[in-house]
Design a protein around this ligand. Sequence first.
Ligand code: GAR
Length: 187
Amino acid sequence: IPKFAVFASGSGSNFQAIHDAVKAGKLSGQAVLVVTDKPGAFVEERARIAGVETFAISPSTFSSKELYEKEILQKLVELEVEWIVLAGYMRLIGNVLLEAYPSRIINIHPSLLPSFPGKDAIGKAMVHGVKVTGVTVHYVDAGMDTGPILAQQVVEVVAGDREQTEERIHAVEHELYTKTLQQLWSR
Ligand code: GAR
């Protein structure tokens, strides 16, 4: 079964969903590491409770993205990580990791890409007034939320209600990510 690392910058609800799916036997993979670029993020607490090793590493303490990613790569190699799963990791992946993990880095984004890439996709979609938005799971390349699409699911916007719309999107994310990874890893 594939060993994977989850990269996250925030709450880690997607990490949680993936970990729960593994525990429930719905996803055949092994989460061996959580990497966060935000030491103290809530995902660290989730990982601790889940019994998954965490690697908190602040990019600002490195003089370049390359050196920062080399430090991460060393840890990934040490733990024999085969796949990188981005789950709210709010940072572009650089050449070091892209070259070490070709077509082995997956991301989830809370919009129907290529609409609303980048930060606050849900807010941008609501400001734009779209009636439907959704969730995209895709391979990662050097761009911002670009890369070949693996799966998408539509979510209807609750007009004027950001909180409810966000809730719907997160619920879809948690299901779609697990399902897509399972398809990817079982073929
Ligand atoms: C998720 O909605 C994820 O799609 C988004 O960050 C959130 C993280 O939530 N990612 C992006 O916007 C990537 N551009 P979580 O920490 O609770 O999993």
